[in-house]
Design a protein around this ligand. Structure first.
Ligand SMILES: C=C(O[C@H]1C=CC=C(C(=O)O)[C@@H]1O)C(=O)O
Length: 462
């Protein structure tokens, strides 16, 4: 049985009520307790019974999980998403009453969210539940950090609230969340698969290579979409479970909004912050996995020395280096990439470490980094203009920063690739690739086919 101190919750609500001034509508109260270990996916599944939107996050080492249920506060900084969210977060923290005796990252008051790839792109109907920028503070948060487990309750406390009643309601929901429910295993069948405009996409790749040859850009990342229809409504818990089983070295995430869920298994870290320590990642340049260990090693070796892939990768390295320089000291970037193996393919990988200068937020870094040439291109503005004009789809949250931050200067953002927007019995899958002057449309098309596999294979495909 998970032991949560309900008398403490009641007392802290009482305290908060006393602090609320006449002109304040409510106070945000955040209470964290260390609890017995509880499985993150079980917790996610438990929330199905209370019909609140759920958020799931795990890092690529799978030793850190966040599961958020419901929302006690939302930040919708549509106009200036980076500075707006940064300011809103600062304001929230300055007023909230936070009871969190633990230093562990991802405990206490945490915001989880994401944003659209390109705010200048006309939004399409499928993304209507996903705002340009949307961060939420959940009502209930389970944080698992290695062998430790924490539970946070976030409450909007009003002057006329009755502490016992509020605490009892919280206790009722907790019982549901921590009940051990059977995890659903579902085998979806794809009834209909619609590749959106594959021939046009290959033509767009060709057009991009021509513009690159004319010197209008150096690299342009082009993405495409597959729309699926299933035999039944997809179970998000079941999809998450399969992703956890099949996708090593990847962040696994799910952000539910209304009836929809944006879900994926991305290998690409944008930036991780632990106090002043930053870690970013250059991930670009791709090859398949080999069928035998020997073949795999050979393909990896060729990838490491392939000029086209090295060039694609180097655009990302140079840009990330430059983007972080103004905000950081001790910037360290190895001279050569190494191989980053995934289940279906392998990438070129260069880690970047740095120290964040005082006074800056993780949002300053994200603003400068997004989109890196792994998702946009080089130069940024020219490649974005090409994507906006020629891609036959709206990327929505695909390819954009997605992640979390806490009140103790920790946070982590990934780039939301290898992802799908699941909408009941349907889903849109997204995948893209870097186009440089000598890209071959057919080969790039095949590369995107492999990049669809992580999501396709857990949604009933091959
Ligand atoms: C745009 C995607 O991948 C990027 C990340 C790693 C390698 C990439 C590449 O080699 O083209 C892409 O830049 C995607 O998976 O949808």
């Amino acid at each position: 049985m998970i032991e949560i101190k309900h008398r403490q919750v009641e007392e802290l609500i009482e305290k908060a009520i006393q602090k609320i001034s006449k002109d304040e509508e409510y106070r945000l109260v955040s209470i964290t307790n260390k609890i017995e270990n509880f499985d993150a996916l079980q917790f996610f599944e438990g929330a199905k019974h209370i019909e609140k939107s759920r958020t799931f996050w795990t890092n690529s080492d799978k030793d850190f999980y966040l599961v958020g249920i419901g929302q006690v506060y939302e930040i919708l900084a549509e106009e200036s998403r980076f500075t707006g969210t940064k300011k809103a977060w600062r304001d929230i923290l300055s007023k909230a009453l936070i009871y969190n005796p633990y230093e562990s990252p991802g405990t206490g008051i945490v915001a989880l969210g994401g944003m659209a790839f390109d705010p200048k792109k006309e939004p399409s109907a499928i993304w209507s539940n996903y705002k340009q920028s949307h961060f939420t503070i959940p009502e209930f948060l389970l944080s698992v950090n290695k062998d430790d487990c924490y539970f946070t309750v976030n409450i909007q406390v009003r002057k006329d609230d009755l502490p016992t009643q509020l605490a009892n309601e919280i206790e009722r929901v907790e019982r549901i969340l921590f009940a051990h429910s059977e995890l659903e295993i579902q085998d979806l069948t794809i009834q209909f698969k619609n590749e959106i405009a594959p021939f046009e996409w290959k033509n767009t790749v060709k057009k991009a290579t021509e513009e690159i040859c004319q010197g209008k850009a150096e690299k342009i990342v082009l993405a495409r979409e597959i729309r699926l229809k299933f035999n039944e409504r997809a179970s998000i818990t079941s999809v998450l479970r399969k992703l956890l089983e099949t996708q090593p070295n990847s962040y696994i995430f799910a952000f539910e909004k209304g009836n929809d869920c944006f879900i994926g298994a991305t290998p690409e870290r944008l930036v991780k912050r632990e106090k002043e320590h930053l870690l970013s990642t250059c991930l670009a340049g791709t090859a398949p996995r080999g069928k035998t260990a020997e073949e795999d090693k050979q393909i990896g070796k060729e990838l490491l020395h392939d000029p086209k892939n090295r060039k694609e990768h180097d655009f990302v390295v140079q840009m990330i280096k430059q983007a972080m320089e103004d905000y950081c000291t001790d910037l360290e970037v190895p001279n050569n990439p190494v191989i980053y193996p995934l289940r279906n393919l392998q990438h070129l990988y260069t880690p970047v470490t740095a120290t964040l200068k005082q006074g800056y937020s993780i949002f300053d870094i994200i603003e400068n980094l997004h989109p890196t040439p792994a998702l946009g291109g080089t130069p940024t503005e020219e490649s974005l203009a090409f994507i906006r004009e020629h891609e036959h789809m709206d990327r929505g949250w695909y390819g954009a920063p997605i992640g979390w931050l806490d009140s103790n200067q920790n946070g982590e953002f990934a780039v939301a690739i290898r992802s799908a927007l699941v909408q009941g019995e349907e889903a849109s899958l997204f995948a893209g690739c870097g186009v440089v002057k000598d890209s071959d449309p057919e080969a790039e098309y095949e590369e995107t086919n492999i990049k669809f596999l992580p999501m396709l294979s857990v949604l009933g495909g091959q």
